[in-house]
Design a protein around this ligand. Structure first.
Ligand code: ZN
Length: 390
């Protein structure tokens, strides 16, 4: 299905926008219990409106609310669900068997243990309010553009929320938690569809960790997969596929996407994961979603030719700009990358976006709004050139 009102080669975002410093201060107060969620949201409203304006001025066709109300792309669920507590990685370290090894993992990866917070299950999970409907409804009032809403994928959410030594009393196994998570995400997808959201994107970046670092079975930092993995990528990917299909099956009338990247927590390219999408293409195509939102602007992500045997099977949200760099990718270079993608995708199947968000973790801003805007503007210029051609 296509999204009504969007041109060919729609320009969109992966989700997060850099949060202003005053919003970070409010977020810290909220997390310290010195501010209610309602008080925090009243301030965040302004940040959302600003994030929307930046995107509109840059020429983005499908906008997001910049995830301004979120601490990160999955931890925000603590505000919406009973039975979940926010814990920093530093706090979680007390529950890790091999504290020294976990600390070393965080240091090696340049992961800020005090700045990255994990939603940890401490009791039965019950919805207190819809996960993202409030965000969507506010953004809807402040832009005429179609809106993309991002949600954590069910595999990521289950693996991050279930922490050994803390979560067993409520959920003896990962599977028992996954069952509840799937229901919550399925209900949310329907709610967002009914409210008019154009695009719902599920974030599953941890899948790259599963295939590129299978030796890390205990706890990996990458997107806080806190639960032990089977260590078998095939088993993990089959589980991720099954879970997302349980979320989306039977829901029509809304564009769906899956975002998989190699991490976006540091500007140090050497600490982020490396590897092509090759081992992930088949599992991703087994997921009943419309679009794969993938990073392709950096050499670490491998080649587009991984789609050769699977040409034209799915839409692609083509990552054409690095959210972590100062240099703005020239429109010509973006057009050239799209030309390459058109060997494996039809023009109507290609959406253009940066590789990832510009502020995945609130406390780790990866770029300024000005550079982010310039990158989006360059993508929009490339889209104009492509539209004239096709
Ligand atoms: Zn990403």
């Amino acid at each position: 299905m296509t999204i009504p009102g969007v041109p060919l080669f729609p320009v969109t975002v992966v989700g997060s926008w850099p949060r202003p410093s005053w919003l970070l201060e409010a977020l810290r107060k909220r997390q310290a219990g010195q501010m209610t969620f309602e008080e925090f949201n009243r301030g965040a409203d302004r940040a959302v409106v600003e994030a929307l304006r930046y995107q509109e001025e840059a020429g983005v066709d499908i906008v997001s609310d910049g995830e301004q109300r979120r601490d990160n792309f999955y931890s925000f669920v603590v505000e919406k669900l009973e039975g979940v507590t926010l814990m920093t990685l530093a706090e979680l370290m007390e529950h890790v068997k091999d504290t020294v090894a976990f600390d070393q993992v965080l240091r090696n990866l340049d992961a800020p243990a005090f700045a990255i917070k994990n939603p940890t299950v401490v009791d039965k999970v019950q919805p207190r309010m819809p996960l993202a409907l409030d965000e969507y409804l506010f953004a809807r009032e402040h832009t005429k553009k179609p809106i993309k809403v991002t949600l954590p994928g069910p595999y990521l959410l289950t693996r991050s929320m279930w922490v050994a030594g803390i979560s067993e009393a409520a959920y003896p196994t990962l599977d028992s938690l996954a069952h509840d998570i799937v229901h919550i995400l399925h209900d949310e997808l329907i709610r967002l569809r009914d409210a008019g959201a154009a695009f719902v994107q599920f974030d599953e970046p941890v899948l790259t960790d599963v295939v590129f670092r299978p030796e890390v079975k205990e706890r990996t930092f990458m997107c806080a997969s806190m639960a032990a993995s089977s260590g078998d990528p095939a088993v993990e990917l089959a589980s991720a596929t099954q879970l997302i299909n349980q979320v989306v099956d039977g829901v029509t009338g809304v564009h769906t996407g899956l975002h998989v990247c190699r991490g976006n927590w540091s500007r140090r390219e050497d600490v982020l994961l490396t590897g092509s999408y090759a081992p992930l293409v088949e599992p991703m195509l087994g997921m009943h979603i419309d679009q794969l939102v993938l990073e392709f602007s950096i050499p670490r992500a491998g080649e587009l030719s991984v789609f050769q045997p699977y040409a034209r099977q799915r839409e692609i949200g083509l990552g054409v700009a690095n959210p972590r760099s100062d240099e703005v990718e020239p429109p010509d270079a973006i057009v050239a990358r799209v030309d390459e993608a058109l060997e494996y995708f039809d023009p109507g199947q290609v959406y253009l976006n940066p590789d990832c968000g510009f502020g995945t973790f609130a406390e780790r801003i990866l770029n300024t709004p000005d550079v982010a805007t310039a990158k989006l503007r360059s993508i929009a210029q490339a889209a104009q050139t492509l539209r004239a051609r096709y």
